[in-house]
Design a protein around this ligand. Sequence first.
Ligand SMILES: NC(=O)c1ccc[n+]([C@@H]2O[C@H](COP(=O)([O-])OP(=O)(O)OC[C@H]3O[C@@H](n4cnc5c(N)ncnc54)[C@H](OP(=O)(O)O)[C@@H]3O)[C@@H](O)[C@H]2O)c1
Length: 212
Amino acid sequence: MKIAFIGIGNVGAALGDRLQKLGHDVTIAARDPQSKSVQEALARNSALKVESPTTAVSTAEVVFLATPFPAINSALTPLQSALDGKILVDCTNPVSAGLKHGLDSKISGSETIQQIVPHAYVVKAFTIYGYENFENSQYPGYGDLQPAMLIAGDDLTAKKTVADLCSQLGWEAVDTGNLSMSLHLEHMTLLWIKMARVQGLGVDFTWAMLKR
Ligand SMILES: NC(=O)c1ccc[n+]([C@@H]2O[C@H](COP(=O)([O-])OP(=O)(O)OC[C@H]3O[C@@H](n4cnc5c(N)ncnc54)[C@H](OP(=O)(O)O)[C@@H]3O)[C@@H](O)[C@H]2O)c1
């Protein structure tokens, strides 16, 4: 697939690198091709392409948004028409001081993003764990059980495409429902960060889905 990344830092570079190595055509939508994050992503994987944001997004089938949450307006507003009809994978998390929800839990970040780009198919994914798990999703010793990637979105076809990408990256995609469910995923992020990075459990854990 043709995939573009808006934001190519910890999260974007980890996912972009792995998706390119799986055979996808990955382009960085670079506001500044010389920026540290772009140059570091290219040093990690020289097969990534670099284009202007408008060109990268216009030609992509799937676009990943992996900027800091406060950057969503400046990153997305110039791309509103380029994102019409595109799948937009929202990897962002609104987080405020003290590990609180950045929008006071009144609305999810993903729904806020959907308001900026009303004609994109926004799917929340790749948020509830640290980027280290996006670099390496392998948890040996559990047989066929894969780590769970919880996703949310309003469009079933878009979610199917994102679920396929999750699967290729070693995750069991768990569809939690409509985009409004993103609020709960954003709280799961806060839980994961608190456990992993604050309370000292470390980053090498995920959740998995058991069913009967
Ligand atoms: N870190 C994690 O473990 C983790 C895990 C899951 C989700 N997330 C979420 O994922 C998002 C990215 O986190 P990260 O750790 O990857 O951040 P990061 O390493 O700081 O990278 C941010 C990227 O966004 C770009 N950017 C910043 N402002 C922008 C703007 N206005 N327009 C376009 N691009 C802009 C930066 O480009 P420049 O280099 O040009 O500044 C950089 O490439 C955040 O919302 C975070 O909450 C993080």
